[in-house]
Design a protein around this ligand. Structure first.
Ligand code: FPP
Length: 251
């Protein structure tokens, strides 16, 4: 996969058990910038610059699905200039990187409420999803204007609108109607920037995933950090609520 001008010379570590689906809360842009006497917008810019590197590395490892939390429904409450800067960065990311992502075999999908996204950006996101829909190498979900509880509410409403009976509202039917649809749940959720919370991201889908919290701010989360998160994941024993003897059967 060639997304960056110079792919990392760091050899890929062997990861025994790879997560199929990794989700990332890209936090710490603001503090990264403030600690360098830069504006918060500069932090988001550095964060956006980091996307290619991280997508490429997860792709090299063979991770099938990468879900990136780029903008939450709560983020609208930030100062207007900051919100506008993030919209511009997302627009530029698609304008500049869409063809490289497409050439690398990446299918881009959007998670969240597209109707609430400014029209210019929404148009680009729809175009990117359409352009890359048949790619099979890797799926990158951009969660933009996404909230986990709203996702669950929308799924239940959709079921009711379809005329589902109470018995037909099941874990499986709700999962299928979430914005993540047929995708498998994340196996690993990474949060950069030092906080240890889920912040309304994939609250339903993350029920059994492993968590990796790191103090590293998102703009500094590069190839060694991706490798370390995957190596740590491979050492975890996932039990899905079962006793260890049953582990093999559950996995
Ligand atoms: C969290 O850092 C980050 C965000 C709210 C926005 C994430 C945006 C990007 C990575 C770049 C733009 C997106 C795309 C798709 C190109 P924070 O501002 O909460 O940092 P802080 O906790 O240090 O204040």
């Amino acid at each position: 996969m060639v997304l960056t001008a110079q792919p990392s010379p760091i050899p890929l570590p062997r990861v025994r058990t790879l997560p199929r689906h990794v989700a990332v809360i890209m936090d710490g842009n603001g503090r990264w910038a403030e600690s360098r006497s830069l504006s918060r917008q500069e932090g988001h810019r550095a964060g956006a610059e980091n996307l290619r590197t991280v997508i490429e590395r997860f792709g090299e490892h063979g991770v099938e699905i990468l879900t990136l939390f780029a903008f939450s429904t709560e983020n609208w409450g930030r100062p207007r200039a900051e919100v506008e800067a993030i919209m511009r960065l997302a627009t530029r990311f698609i304008d500049r990187d869409l063809e490289a992502l497409h050439d690398a075999g990446i299918r881009l999908q959007h998670l969240g409420d597209i109707d609430g996204v400014p029209s210019g950006l929404a148009k680009r996101i729809r175009k990117a999803v359409e352009r890359t829909r048949d790619n099979t190498r890797m799926t990158v979900n951009l969660a933009f204007n996404y909230g986990g509880r709203a996702d669950i509410v929308a799924a239940v409403r959709a079921l009711i609108a379809e005329g589902a009976t109470a018995e037909e509202i099941t874990e499986e039917s709700i999962s299928a109607h979430l914005t993540t649809g047929a995708l498998p749940d994340p196996d690993l959720l990474i949060r950069t920037g030092g906080e240890r919370r889920i912040s309304n991201f994939l609250v339903w889908q993350a029920a059994y995933c492993e968590y990796h919290f790191t103090a590293t701010a998102w703009p500094d989360f590069g190839v060694p950090e991706v490798d370390a998160a995957l190596v740590e994941f491979s050492r975890r024993r996932r039990r899905f609520g079962l006793v260890p003897e049953d582990n093999g059967a559950a996995e």
